[in-house]
Design a protein around this ligand. Structure first.
Ligand SMILES: *Cc1c(COP(=O)(O)O)cnc(C)c1O
Length: 445
């Protein structure tokens, strides 16, 4: 395929290639009803995942003291950010209608990033499956606090879990798998921060460092795991379980918004902006939200302008057959959680009729907004977690966003919009690393 030719037929591909900030409306989005008719997953799968997390809650509560308050539920809260909203209006010179909230997955228990939703779910599901197969657990109504017993730990210690990651997936998989007693091997890409490697090693995880990008680290992990019959590979590119773990986040948001008195209906639309790496977390959460709120929720994924792999995959409909390097993008980004050069084909094809669109964010804006979030709201996020925050500005500022509002007949309802920027990580970052991020951001003032 020749990119120059594609550029003539695909609007915005040229801007994407030039690493500009764009706001893209997905021409292949359909109504939730139509999209649902094309996929094999449904609300039943989300409820199955949600039930599994509930079964494990008594174990989680015993194993992780930071979940005592939530009774073993791994969940975060929402925070309105009015000062930051005002700042966005002046920074991007565009009024923002409606309120902006942050979804605080930066403070999720156990692992402090959005990965805790999918990764921990997948590890638990695997543990449950093999414990039942081995006759250790009698069934779903057995006592799940048994997972903390020496007998269970012994059983898991002869088994291995392997994952390839830019870092945060490893923290979530590693922490939960070690708590259960598994042997854990984590293949880290070149972006992975030193503190993540040290943190994992201190928990008895074998860390394999690669001098290559995420896609390569994953391939290495997959190959190593395949040759070992007691090894299980958490596959960020293809895993349905990982995806299902994320969907529960969408399901649970409904109750949270109800409790906060926030209405979502035809007159009160919800706009959600989700940082996107391989696509699993924004995909899964969008899938969950669409099942719950139907066509009243609009979901946009947010990527570094230097690493727009989902946008590239969906725009060209080449999914995981195209890499950002194919359009001469350097793939260099401070948003390490999003440093994925080639998207997940599974997620991209599954979500192509659900995502409302996507946006790209510059390196400068990610660091600038990180420092401003600290200054104005006293919230400390890692660079990737800021990616969604320019979303509301893009919606009102760009011709694409304005046309979208007109097409959906939302122009008269602008002030009723609830915007949620999903803050995907931050609380685990060591103080000195966070301070360095903030100093970097301050340089852009
Ligand atoms: C992994 C990650 C994301 C994106 O999740 P994907 O499933 O890779 O799309 C967003 N933010 C942070 C902090 C992450 O670690």
């Amino acid at each position: 395929m020749t990119i120059n030719k594609l550029e003539n037929t695909i609007p915005q591909l040229k801007e994407l290639r030039q690493m500009e900030d764009i706001f893209w409306i997905n021409p292949n989005k359909e109504s939730v009803e139509e999209a649902n008719a094309k996929v094999e997953y449904s609300m039943a799968d989300i409820l199955d995942a949600s039930d599994r997390l509930e079964r494990f809650a008594p174990f989680i509560k015993r194993a992780f003291s930071d979940t005592v308050e939530t009774n073993g539920m791994i969940e975060s809260f929402i925070t309105e950010i009015p000062e930051f909203k005002s700042y966005l209006e002046s920074y991007y010179l565009t009024p923002i209608h409606g309120k902006i909230y942050l979804k605080r997955d930066d403070s999720l228990p156990i692992a402090g990033t959005i990965k805790a939703r999918g990764a921990i779910y997948e590890v638990l599901k695997h543990a449950e499956t093999i414990a039942i197969e081995a006759g250790l657990l009698s069934g779903f109504d057995d006592d799940y606090t048994k997972f903390i017993s020496p007998e269970f730990r012994d059983f898991f210690s002869g088994r291995q879990i392997v994952v390839g990651t830019t870092g945060n997936l490893g923290i979530s998989v590693g922490t939960m798998a070690r708590a259960l007693g598994f042997e854990v091997v984590i293949h880290m890409s070149v972006e992975a921060k030193d503190w993540k490697k040290e943190f994992l090693r201190s928990r008895g995880v074998k860390v394999v460092e690669h001098n290559t990008n995420f896609t390569e680290a994953v391939n290495q992990g997959r190959m190593e795991s395949m040759v070992n019959p007691v090894s299980y590979f958490v596959d960020d590119e293809h895993s349905v379980d990982l995806f299902m773990g994320y969907t529960v986040g969408g399901l649970r948001l409904k109750k949270q918004l109800d409790e906060a008195g926030i209405t979502v209906d035809a007159d009160h639309p919800l706009f959600v902006y989700l940082p996107c790496g391989i696509g699993g977390s924004p995909g899964g959460i969008t899938f969950g939200l669409k099942q719950v709120f139907g066509d009243h929720v609009h979901c946009f994924f947010a990527e570094p302008a230097h690493m727009p792999s989902m946008l590239l995959g969906l725009m060209t409909q080449e999914y995981d057959n195209i890499n950002v390097s194919d359009i001469d993008i350097d793939g260099k980004t401070v948003m390490d959680g999003l440093a994925v050069p080639q998207t997940s084909g599974f997620v991209a094809e599954l979500m192509e009729h659900y995502f409302d669109g996507g946006l790209t964010v510059s390196e400068r804006d990610s660091m600038h907004l990180l420092a401003k979030m600290n200054d104005l709201e006293n919230i400390q996020l890692e660079p990737a977690a800021l990616a969604g925050t320019p979303g509301p500005s893009r919606l009102f500022q760009t011709k694409e966003g304005q046309a979208f509002l007109v097409e959906l007949s939302l122009s008269g309802k602008k002030n009723n919009i609830t915007h949620i920027a999903w803050a995907t990580g931050g609380s685990m970052v060591p103080e000195e690393d966070m301070e360095a991020f903030i100093q970097e951001g301050l340089k852009t003032y």
